[in-house]
Design a protein around this ligand. Structure first.
Ligand code: A2P
Length: 423
């Protein structure tokens, strides 16, 4: 008779439901579909997860980076995780007997692996799914993260709410300014916050917080004020085009001056700008993906005045028409020597449909000379659909110049010079 294998202690990969803002990044990133969600929680399937860590760097909140020691035959099931409102406490576990090998579970990292430098060391062969870097540019300022959480949110006051697309267009996009008063809320360009819409969902639970990119620079929408701005599009249809009102976007677009809003964050430690006065930015965005680009552009504009910023800015901005392009007026007022603006309009009357990737191809040699400069960082934000198109366009740019995109792409990633934020 074979003796039963004793259960060993493993580290189970889990998501903290109190910090998770349900942005779907982990589910999209996981190369082996180990992460899924219901209307309540995002969970990790212990039967599938190989602890490859691919999902950890892209998570904006760090909710993904939780590991509880459990006995291998007592891993938390998906059903248990779906029901959680908070992570369970670490249970006391028996010490492994001397010389006892930790059992390798596909569901979790064996405790013995804690001492390994690389958590992927014995998990070779998993594809890396992210097209962008998982580290910030080396010179980026250090971001604050998770200062305010579900347990200790901060209340901000609305000090402005303006429509930034033409009144009679379908795209109702608002620029919303939130002030934090005396409460510290330090942010960097490229970071995001999450907002709780009031009310409860169909199952009677309070709505989850929704994430929005910050549209203002680190020193405030108004310089030296403790405020920040967001760019929010009123959602009136679902992904299939059926009429439905987005809970948080409609709440935000309807806010009045002096209303208060429950905020958590800040989030994001990779989509950050370099901090050198001669670094260059290639910014590629559609619609409200312009928020971080506005933040970075405004940061550089202020630096130009104060600290002789002299890097190059190149912007590719996609919208249906000029009238539906958020911040069209202010953008057009920026000096040509300061920023090279390329507008891709897809529904401009009497003009052919253009996407950002078409314009990147047209400007191939200028884009390439920036990419060749190690001080250039590339930021892509907006519709998920443009991600592949932009990568193809960059591949074209590099190949046309006789370069090898695979090599250049790998270099941009390892140097923290290529960043995506798509939804
Ligand atoms: P389209 O006219 O084909 O929808 P939206 O206004 O919906 O936020 O979109 C912003 C812009 O992004 C629009 O011009 C839209 O064009 C364009 N767009 C849509 N799909 C893609 C894609 N796959 N790649 C690049 N741009 C896209």
């Amino acid at each position: 008779m074979t003796a039963p294998i004793p259960a060993s202690v493993i580290k189970q990969h889990l998501i903290d439901p109190e910090i998770c803002i349900r942005c779907n990044t982990c589910e999209e990133t996981c190369p082996i579909d180990a992460i899924t969600h219901d209307s309540n929680n995002y969970v990790v399937n212990p039967e599938v997860c190989k602890s490859c860590m691919a999902c950890v760097p892209p998570c904006p909140t760090g909710a993904i980076d939780n590991w509880l020691k459990v006995l291998s035959d007592q891993a938390y099931s998906m059903e248990a995780q779906f029901g959680w409102t908070e992570l369970p406490a670490q249970q006391d576990l028996p010490e492994p007997a001397a010389g006892e090998a930790a059992e390798q579970s596909p569901a979790a990292v064996p405790v013995a692996a804690e001492t390994q430098e690389d958590p992927n060391a014995d998990l070779d062969g998993l594809p890396s799914t992210s097209a962008g870097a998982s580290i910030p540019p080396w010179s980026a300022a250090h971001p604050y993260l998770n200062l305010y959480t579900h347990k200790n949110p901060v209340m901000a006051t609305v000090v402005g709410n303006y429509r930034v697309t033409d009144e009679d267009t379908e795209s109702d996009i608002h620029h919303i300014v939130l002030d934090f008063g005396e409460q510290p809320f330090p942010v960097l360009e490229g970071q995001s916050v999450a907002i709780f819409p009031p009310g409860v969902d169909a199952s009677g639970r309070p709505y989850h917080a929704r994430q929005y990119s910050i549209a203002s620079p680190r020193d405030g929408e108004r310089p030296r004020y403790n405020n920040l701005s967001l760019t929010v599009k009123r959602v009136t249809t679902d992904y299939e085009g059926n009429p439905t009102l987005g809970v948080c976007s409609n709440y935000l677009c309807d806010l009045k001056k002096n209303d208060t809003v429950k905020v958590i964050g800040p989030y994001g430690n990779t989509f950050l700008m370099p901090n050198q006065v001669d670094s260059n930015l290639i910014m590629i965005c559609t619609g409200t993906g312009s928020a971080p680009m506005r933040a970075m552009t405004e940061r550089c504009r202020r630096l130009t005045k104060e600290q002789n910023f002299n890097g190059k800015l190149m912007l590719f901005f996609g919208a249906r028409t000029e009238r539906e392009l958020p911040y069209f007026g202010p953008l057009m007022n920026l000096a040509k020597e300061f920023i090279d603006i390329n507008l891709a309009l897809s529904r401009a009357p009497g003009q052919p449909k253009r996407y950002v990737q078409d314009l990147i191809r047209e400007r191939a040699s200028d884009v390439m000379s920036l990419i060749e400069n190690g001080k250039t960082c590339i930021y892509v934000c907006g519709l998920k659909g443009m991600e592949d198109g932009v990568i193809d366009a960059l591949r074209h740019v590099v190949s046309q110049a006789g370069g090898d995109w695979t090599e250049v792409h790998a270099q941009l990633k390892t140097q923290g010079r290529l960043h995506f934020e798509t939804y």
